[in-house]
Design a protein around this ligand. Structure first.
Ligand code: HGY
Ligand code: MN
Ligand code: MN
Length: 415
């Protein structure tokens, strides 16, 4: 006899703490970068919990992890719910993990209530959402939607070491293989829902517990490499110098002074600068940097990208060095399916939650899933809007409200 499904708050909060211990850093965050031992440990923990509940568990060719609860009509494509378990190198305990564990808690609360959904419900933990160890981000959801692993990713190497993406992908699949089934990449999905922390200040400052996300802004990642001539720091006079770091610094200074100050809504970030040979008394031979450029409108992104390329080229020319710019990620802005957003609003009303409609400044796997199935997201507040920082924090009442809203949304989507 089934009863009304309810979130088990104690179990859910304990799960959040258990996963925060996987890859825990001394600063109170996590370092569980994609396809590392920490990531594999988190996947194994979730798999063990799922198998203990009798759910079936699968992974696909890019190590996306799926946990399935059967429904009345197995011919219907499943409702897919989830997020990611991988983290930034100095990441927070909630980015990705909260959404994945919320989805799993909902599956458990359906099972606790002996609730038989009209269609199967599957929890997914996507591979490499962050894109910091291997670029680009959202590799798991992108390969799922495209139904293949892009050939260019076969030779991908990690940012900080010589690890190859393909080796790490296969080792991650291998680590779980004995306990889980295997699936080809991509399958029909009825709808996709993802809960995530807002990673911004709006919900907290407006004291609203739930964000209903109507879309995601566009993101482009570039790598700029300036090549000059390394030479002696003490004997090389100004007129003989071709200093790539001086050129890159001037180009970046011009971009910091224009991109965000002159374009409301634009986001311009240089996350990493690499200088070689990196000797205190040698003028650099090469200076390179990453650029993360974002805006809600594709046409503005086009203009901003052209501006970045032009200013860097000019700075290189002024110093007599060469510049090359490579685009390593291009995520077009998306608007989520109106009917799914409407279902979330109905769910919020029934559950009694005030909501705020918003566009996500961060990218998510839902951005790619929106091209595959009707999708939408729910946000919960995080302290000071801080994320990609070990101090990232979500109040327990906000985690629980999010889980209750997510359960109400899943039930609404299953009606
Ligand atoms: O960078 C992003 O937007 C995501 O949080 N990985
Ligand atoms: Mn995330
Ligand atoms: Mn993130």
């Amino acid at each position: 006899m089934s009863r009304k499904p309810e979130i088990n708050s104690d179990r859910f909060l304990a799960r959040i703490d258990d996963f925060a211990a996987v890859g825990a850093t001394p600063g109170g965050g996590v370092n569980r970068q994609a396809l590392t031992t920490g990531d594999r440990e988190a996947r194994a923990l979730l798999t063990a919990l799922a198998r203990a509940r009798g759910f079936s568990v699968f992974q696909d060719d890019i190590a996306n992890l799926f946990i399935r609860m059967e429904g009345k009509d197995s011919a219907l494509p499943p409702l897919l719910i989830g997020s990611h378990l991988d983290s930034q190198p100095a990441g927070g305990r909630f980015d990705g993990a909260l959404g994945t564990l919320t989805a799993f808690e909902v599956l458990e609360s359906l099972a606790d209530a002996a609730f038989e959904p009209a269609r199967a419900v599957e929890v997914v933990a996507w591979t490499n959402e962050e894109g910091c160890r291997f670029s680009p981000g959202c590799m798991g959801s992108r390969a799922f939607v495209e139904g293949k692993i892009p050939a260019a990713w076969q030779e991908l190497q990690a940012v900080d070491d010589a690890s190859r993406f393909d080796d790490e992908r296969l080792a991650t699949i291998e680590a779980l293989a004995p306990d889980v089934g295997h699936r080809a990449l991509g399958f029909p999905v009825g709808a996709y829902l993802e809960l995530h922390i807002e990673q911004g200040p709006s919900l907290e400052s407006e004291k609203i517990p739930i964000g209903i996300v109507t879309g995601v802004q566009g993101t482009r990642w570039l790598e700029a490499t300036f090549e000059g001539q390394t030479a002696h720091a003490g004997t090389t006079a100004l007129e003989y110098r071709r200093d790539p770091l001086k050129a890159l610094s001037a180009g970046l200074a011009a971009l910091y002074a224009t991109v965000m100050p002159e374009n409301a809504g634009a986001r311009f970030t240089v996350g990493r600068i690499t200088v070689t040979p990196g000797s205190i008394n040698a003028i650099p031979a090469q200076a390179s940097c990453t650029i993360d450029l974002r805006h809600p409108e594709a046409t503005v992104l086009d203009r901003l990208e052209a501006d970045v390329r032009e200013r860097l080229a000019k700075a290189a020319e002024t110093e007599g060095v060469s510049a090359s710019i490579r685009k390593t990620a291009d995520m077009a802005p998306v608007t989520f399916a109106e009917d799914v957003v409407a279902a979330l609003q109905v769910a919020a009303q029934k559950a009694g939650f005030r909501t705020l409609s918003m566009v996500s400044g961060a990218f998510h796997d839902a951005l790619f899933m929106a091209g595959h199935a009707p999708s939408a997201m729910i946000f919960v507040p995080c302290r000071d809007g801080l994320s990609h920082n070990e101090a990232e924090f979500v109040k327990t009442e906000d985690s629980i409200a999010g889980a209750r809203m997510f359960l109400a949304s899943v039930l609404e989507m299953l009606r």
